[in-house]
Write a protein that binds this ligand. Structure first.
Ligand code: IVH
Length: 698
């Protein structure tokens, strides 16, 4: 498919004032770069630069509202929420396609045979040329452009009358708001609005969070098609914009004026190439195919790729390429004789729930998983499906023995989408999370406002072993240089390390015996482990991996209590006296030290010789940077960012990762990026290293 070159597009009629000129230039630049980003997937401008240009345009348009046009990139999310949708009669009916449900190669052969028969061809005639496309699993859309401007987007409806959903469709970045001057005066581009799998997963994740936080009327979506349809039918375009829809073009509707004496294009492929050159995405897999053998090859090739595509397809579509032949073939009722959809195995199937297991992830998160009677879905046999969390399992009300619809699309883990309640065995109990971790028996907790249940045995639980060791060994925890992910995997998988203290029981021989471990590296690691025994209290506390206890909190705890025992014995109230600690954090610390297993691991670490200097409980003194929040960005001339962070914290300040209104100072070095821009736009004070040093020395 030709790559559209938006740079080559002619400028609209010459604007008058310098401001109008700048506005026109900005719009064009933004259009070019949005097209590269959203359609070609080849951005050539950093996001921050794009944002700058966008803000400049917004600023100019705010200053000169009379220059705002509907096709400006700033106007994608524009209108107010609607009361209801308005009906639209299609100028050219929107047809459907005959479906070949035979998922075997014979499906393509049947279609080719039919076309040849209807055209009166014999076996000795040459093969028919087809265009082979993907069959996207979304919803059909008609996009009407008049004088090059998108004026209306309508759903298919019953094929004759659809609904006007222009406001929502304008939010789709892949759909041009304006066409080049070479486009016909009136042109309707048709295609599929869909949702990428990643956008679908992210949307459902957000929905689950909202539901967990008690939002009313929110739900998760069954599949990307459903989610896309929901977004298209949103009355508020601002909500539709958050749902991130995508688009592929596959045809046209009305075109005026048609070229003198015949259709505008000679072939369907040429038509696709042209609309692609106007800025519409056309799937890169689209191919010309000669006769049935090449259709079959396409069906098979796409079938193999299907899982790896970032969106759902439910088959492929074959279309006769010559528009003259299409005309000759005509229609039966609402289906053209020149096209067919050739399906793939379904991505949703019925099966029964044999049991509900609870799995524990590396970070301690508990996930209910439905064990299923094996079922062939989306091309593989599925025996498990995630239920995400307790709320989700209850909302779907999945129970042992239930008949359920299972969905598997792409590499995404199979999912139970719904239950057939009429098939339920009477008396099947409602699912609930266990009170104790199924792996280690520690207490299971669910924090307020959180959807997930977690195992409280962070240091002990076998499911969390790898994560616990990695965290403990981290550069900013006790620091064991060289103990990274691969090594931890090996040590744990081989059963050499089961709990943290085992690290200190490793002999040089055991290390040297590991896969791909040279003698020199083994002795280096051995030294690093040895050295890590001498640490500091904040590093040790941080290294325990207590939920919500980051570096800053660990420092605050160490400073406040002075000794580990004091922290371990502190009551909820005492913990709350620490500046950095709120109720959620205090509870998390309590839960952690209430688990006998965790305490035992701590004791064993001490017995293995891990030590630090303990101090006195702090008398509160106000430090120079107490109560001030800093964000560091870019490269500072005289110190590393870690060093700057340590010094700010030592002076009582806090260092955050992102800039907000609550940030007091942004320390900017060379090549500072979006954080600096954000600081400037929020009016946060920006200082350099020299100014920071002055603050520190106060
Ligand atoms: S062409 C005359 N091409 O499948 C044919 N449709 O029933 C008009 N679809 O509602 C449609 N991918 O939403 C065509 N590459 C593709 C398609 C496609 C998906 C959808 C379309 C339509 C349905 C066909």
């Amino acid at each position: 498919m030709a790559t559209p070159d938006l740079n080559a597009q002619p400028e609209p009629p010459g604007p008058a004032s310098p401001v109008a000129e700048r506005i026109a230039a900005l719009r064009e630049l933004l259009r070019v770069h949005a097209h590269r980003y959203y359609v070609l997937d080849e951005p050539t401008l950093p996001d921050s630069e794009y944002d700058k240009l966008f803000k400049e345009l917004q600023g100019l348009e705010a200053a000169c509202p009379e220059l705002v046009t509907a096709d400006s990139p700033t106007q994608r999310v524009g209108g107010k929420p609607l009361e209801q949708f308005v009906s639209v009669r299609h100028q050219v009916p929107m047809l459907s396609i005959r479906t070949e449900t035979d998922t075997e190669p014979t499906g393509a052969q049947n279609f080719d045979n039919r076309v040849r028969r209807e055209l009166g061809l014999s076996d000795s005639d040459p093969p028919i040329e087809y265009v082979a496309e993907l069959k996207f699993d979304g919803l059909a859309m008609n996009l009407r452009y008049e004088q090059g401007v998108l004026v209306q987007a309508a759903t298919r409806g019953d094929g004759e009358v659809g609904e006007d959903v222009t406001q929502n469709i304008r939010t789709i970045n892949q759909i041009p708001l304006r066409l080049p001057a070479s486009a016909p005066a009136v042109i309707e581009v048709r295609g599929e609005v869909y949702m990428r799998r990643a956008d679908f997963e992210a949307l459902n994740e957000r929905q689950r969070e909202r539901i967990a936080q008690g939002a009313r009327g929110e739900k998760t979506f069954v599949n990307p098609r459903n989610a896309a349809a929901g977004a298209v039918r949103q009355l508020d375009p601002a909500i539709a914009a958050q749902r991130h829809l995508s688009f592929f073009a596959y045809g046209v509707g009305e075109i005026t004026p048609p070229q003198a004496g015949g259709p505008v294009f000679a072939t369907h492929y040429e038509l696709l190439r042209t609309i692609n050159s106007w800025g519409f995405p056309v799937a890169a897999q689209t191919r010309i195919a000669q006769g049935a053998p090449e259709l079959i090859a396409f069906h098979e090739a796409i079938g193999r790729q299907r899982d790896r595509l970032p969106y759902d397809i439910d088959g492929v579509v074959y279309k006769v390429n010559s528009l003259a032949l299409q005309n000759k073939l005509g229609f039966v009722t609402r289906e053209p004789r020149w096209a067919v959809a050739h399906k793939f195995p379904a991505q949703e199937q019925l099966t029964t729930v044999l049991g509900i297991d609870v799995q524990v992830g590396r970070t301690g998160k508990l996930t209910p998983v439905a064990r299923l009677a094996p079922v062939f879905v989306g091309g593989v046999t599925v025996t498990n499906a995630t239920l995400h969390n307790e709320d989700e399992a209850r909302r779907k009300d999945v129970r042992v023995g239930d008949t359920v619809i299972v969905r598997r699309a792409g590499d995404v883990i199979p999912e139970v989408v719904s239950v057939l309640p009429e098939k339920r065995t009477p008396g099947a109990p409602i699912f609930s999370m266990p009170g104790a971790c199924p792996v280690c028996g520690s207490m299971v907790v669910r924090e307020e406002g959180e959807a997930d249940h977690r195992c409280g045995g962070g240091l002990f639980c076998p499911a969390q072993r790898k994560e616990a060791i990695l965290h403990y060994a981290h550069r900013r925890a006790v620091e064991i240089e060289g103990l990274g992910e691969k090594l931890v995997d090996q040590l744990v998988d081989a059963g050499v390390v089961r709990v943290l203290p085992d690290i200190y029981r490793l002999g040089l021989n055991a290390l040297a015996g590991l896969d791909r471990m040279a003698e020199k590296s083994a002795s280096k690691l051995f030294q690093a482990i040895k050295q890590s025994r001498q640490t500091t209290l904040p590093r040790f506390v941080f290294g325990l991996g207590i939920r919500h206890v980051g570096e800053a909190t660990a420092k605050a705890l160490a400073h406040h209590f002075g000794t580990l025992d004091a922290i371990m014995e502190a009551t909820q109230e005492q913990l709350l006296e620490v500046g950095d600690v709120g109720p959620v954090v205090a509870k998390s610390i309590r839960t952690f030290f209430e688990q006998p297993h965790n305490r035992e691991v701590v004791e064993q670490l001490r017995a293995c010789g891990v030590t630090w200097e303990e101090g006195e409980p702090a008398v509160t003194v106000t430090k120079p940077l107490s109560g001030k929040t800093f964000v560091i960005t870019g490269t500072l001339p005289g110190m590393s960012r870690d060093e700057a962070k340590d010094r700010i914290e030592a002076a009582g300040g806090k260092v955050a990762g992102s800039v907000s209104k609550k940030t007091d100072y942004v320390v900017a070095g060379a090549e500072a990026g979006s954080k600096l821009v954000r600081a400037q736009s929020l009016g946060v004070t920006v200082i350099d290293e020299a100014a920071l040093l002055t603050l520190l020395s106060r």
